[in-house]
Design a protein around this ligand. Sequence first.
Ligand SMILES: [Zn+2]
Length: 143
Amino acid sequence: MKCDTCGSELSGMMPTCPFCGTPDPVYMRRFRQYPPAQGNYPQPGGNYPPPPQRNYPPPNMYPPPYRSGWKPYNAENEPPEVGLVILAALVPLVGFIYGATSLGSGEKRAGKAYLLAAGISVGAWVLLTLFFVLVGFLAAANR
Ligand SMILES: [Zn+2]
């Protein structure tokens, strides 16, 4: 870059021509225009807050319907499946397995229901067995 006024070679590292004092346009472009460019940084930076502000409303809008819908799906309040409860009553071993699995995954309510169904089933089978055994003894005693 040559000085417009005196024609001497300009390094671009000095703000003005060392010979005539004419401002060096190269230097001006390199350094004088950087401050305004740096002044523009607050604007990009200033643009960062709005996106978060724009992103916050959606999360705030979604959670209410989702949370109200999520609470019933809370693992601890997960209602037991009727089919599994019946299955647990019919096949106590399956009930115990499902109950233990549900409890292991945090579904306390469902797990307890399966275990309860299995337990009642086992209790009923024990009572039935004792009953028939008792009947058998009585029948044998009466003979
Ligand atoms: Zn000059």
